[in-house]
Design a protein around this ligand. Structure first.
Ligand SMILES: O=C(CO)[C@H](O)[C@H](O)COP(=O)(O)O
Length: 208
């Protein structure tokens, strides 16, 4: 299972600092949606130039203009971009067309999708590399939030999936047991006093 670090920060400088500390322990460096909105696509280029050996993941959360948004983000250096599962099929198909042109990939984020296993199958058939079983930051803060639903939906989907939703060192093993290809961790790494040590702890909890 791969480890993805979601850098939910607001400046390119902060992201470069986080990436430098965590990179030895992670496979995928994610530019979070707020970072891309705040710093623009030049942040994607900066991270890829600093870490050409890492998979650079741009969490665009595209909802429309799939081909255009994906095309310009791949051109900026991203290896993977996200499109929302709630977007229309034509948006996903457009992003996949851009991915094929660049030899890159599209991940469909199922945040807010009611029937995640069903939509997961549909979007992989449309050409998505994998889906993200995702409970966002707001959903995590809601009363009654349970992480286990994401694992159940991933297992039920029958397609390649990642899991994101407050994963930490004590829950990451369950993500691997559920069969995920990728575990995404944001706050558990960037919120730690020692970012490198936090990433290393998550990595150590994964068995290859
Ligand atoms: O995409 C996101 C929010 O929309 C986050 O990057 C994702 O949820 C991972 O962060 P955390 O581990 O803190 O939940």
């Amino acid at each position: 299972m791969k480890l993805q670090f979601a850098m939910d920060t607001l400046t390119t400088e902060a992201a470069l600092e986080l990436a430098a500390a965590a990179a030895p322990h992670v496979d995928i460096l994610e530019l979070g949606t707020p970072l891309i909105k705040s710093a623009g696509l030049s942040a994607v280029t900066a991270i890829k130039e600093a870490h050409p050996d890492k998979i650079v993941f741009a969490d665009l959360k595209t909802m429309d203009a799939g081909e255009l948004e994906a095309d310009m983000t791949f051109a900026a250096g991203a290896d993977l971009v996200t499109v929302l599962g709630t977007a229309g099929d034509s948006t996903i198909v457009g992003a996949v067309a851009a991915a094929k042109k660049h030899g890159k990939g599209v991940v469909v984020d199922l945040i807010g999708v009611a029937d995640k296993p069903k939509r997961a199958k549909e979007v992989v058939a449309l050409g998505a590399e994998f889906v993200e079983m995702h409970a966002g930051l707001d959903e995590q803060a809601e009363e009654g939030f349970t992480f286990s639903t994401l694992l159940r939906d991933g297992e039920a989907s029958g397609v390649p999936f990642s899991v994101a939703g407050g994963i930490n060192a004590s829950t990451i093993a369950s993500v691997q047991q559920a069969g995920a290809q990728v575990a995404v961790a944001g706050g558990a790494i960037y919120g730690a006093d020692d970012v490198g040590a936090a990433a290393a702890e998550l990595r150590a909890a994964i068995t290859d």
